[in-house]
Design a protein around this ligand. Structure first.
Ligand code: GDD
Ligand code: MN
Length: 381
């Protein structure tokens, strides 16, 4: 059975249509299902409108006394759910309910633990978002993948609020989300090994108003930090940072020794030092940070292939480093100081833009597939 939670806060204009369309698509798909509306005392009739439909469709309404956040509403709904598949969908029609069918099919057919509706795979997208919102969403996605690379670097849309998960995958997991992003909690704490992604278009909101505000942005950051502790990824981060710092010492030491002692000249000493540091960092991460990366889906278990992937991910930062150092040194800055600035910018660049790609070199315990999962009804309608 599929249990889909529909969290609502002041969605009187759309809740009935969401229920009707979700019920239609799920009953067509032949799956047994229930819908659980979790309303936070909207006061605009949302809960009553949902209850009205309970005679026609398998709908239950869970009322909470006041606004307590989207993600906890989902956990509360799952708490009373009966299904072996648990899902969530927004109640403002920005998530097309019809996508529930391909999501369910993806879970069943690919034997995945989790099926995510994604805006960022072929066929998906956001209709008509302002550039600012697009950037915030992409930035938030990238930030999440950087803070939790082992869990998120392979997932295209970890911000998604529409997905189905097998109840056994989160059984026993202590879900204590904060704010909006329940999927992060599921990915972080569930037993998720295989994911299917299904494309969808995030629709424009034509009814009611968005509930996303600054408070939710703040909660998001806190939630990410909490997850980095509870998933233990903070530990990998500490090791990764220590390896990076020792690599800096290798780099600066070689620049100094090569250019000022051995007389190689800057043009030789610099690239040799940067390359040596890359090799050092690679081996350090291989031995210390990711000692057992042999997940079935890690890119290639052969160490040389992995090293080449690592080089590719680190090349832009390394070039930045070399150019900046040459520029500064050419302008009269002491070489070692110039090289230190180069390393600093290199590190910052990788931290900001490259962490998910670099960590992916050692693979992820989670495999993601995109099948031929276009929405289609089994009755051919
Ligand atoms: N019960 C309850 N309590 N529901 C809430 C609350 C709350 O405190 N806050 C929001 N909701 C409900 C809304 O009624 C709506 O159905 C849904 O959660 C999403 O809220 P919106 O305010 O419409 O979110 P959005 O459109 O900005 O963001 C959506 O897009 C993201 C993708 O970037 C959300 O669906 C996210 O889940 C999704 O990931
Ligand atoms: Mn919305």
């Amino acid at each position: 059975m599929i249990s889909v939670v529909i969290p609502t806060y002041k969605e009187a204009d759309s809740i009935q249509e969401v229920i009707r369309r979700a019920a239609a698509t799920l009953s067509q798909s032949g799956e047994e299902y229930e819908l659980i509306v979790v309303d936070d005392n909207s006061g605009d009739g949302t809960a009553e409108l949902a209850e009205e439909l309970a005679q026609k469709f398998p709908v239950r309404v869970l009322r909470r006394p006041g606004r307590q956040g989207l993600a906890t509403a989902v956990v509360a709904g799952w708490g009373i759910a009966r299904g072996d598949m648990l899902g969530v969908i927004d109640s403002d029609l920005q998530h097309p309910p019809e996508i529930l069918t391909p999501l369910a099919r993806a879970l069943r057919s690919s034997n995945a633990d989790l099926a995510i509706a994604s805006r960022y795979v072929a066929g998906g997208g956001t209709s008509d978002w302002k550039l600012s919102r697009r950037l915030i969403s992409r930035g938030a996605t990238h930030l999440a993948a950087s803070v939790l690379p082992l869990k998120l670097a392979t997932v295209s849309d970890p911000m998604s609020g529409m997905f189905l998960v097998r109840s056994k995958a989160i059984k026993g997991a202590k879900l204590s989300p904060l704010g909006y992003k329940i999927l992060l909690e599921v990915l972080g704490k569930g037993q998720i090994e295989k994911i299917a992604e299904v494309a969808y278009q995030f629709e424009v909101r034509t009814r009611g108003s968005s509930k996303l505000g600054f408070r939710q942005y703040g909660e998001y950051l806190t939630h990410l930090m909490r997850l980095s502790w509870s998933t233990g990824q903070i530990g990998a981060w500490v090791e990764y940072s220590i390896v990076g710092l020792t690599g800096t010492a290798v780099d600066l030491g070689l620049v100094y020794w090569g250019a000022e002692r051995a007389g190689w000249g800057v043009a030789w000493a610099l690239p040799v030092a940067v390359q040596a540091a890359l090799l050092w960092n690679f081996l350090g991460n291989q031995l210390v940070t990711f000692p057992q990366p042999t997940h079935s889906n890690s890119p290639k278990s052969r160490i040389l292939t992995r090293f080449l992937l690592y080089e590719k991910a680190c090349l832009p930062g390394a070039l930045l480093n070399i150019c900046l150092t040459l520029l500064l040194a050419g302008g009269g800055t002491r070489l070692i100081l110039a090289a230190a600035c180069g390393v600093l910018v290199d590190g910052a660049f990788n931290l900001l833009f490259k962490v998910p790609a670099i960590w992916r070199v050692w693979g992820s315990p989670i495999s993601v597939s995109h099948g031929d999962l276009m929405p289609a009804s089994p009755h051919g309608s």
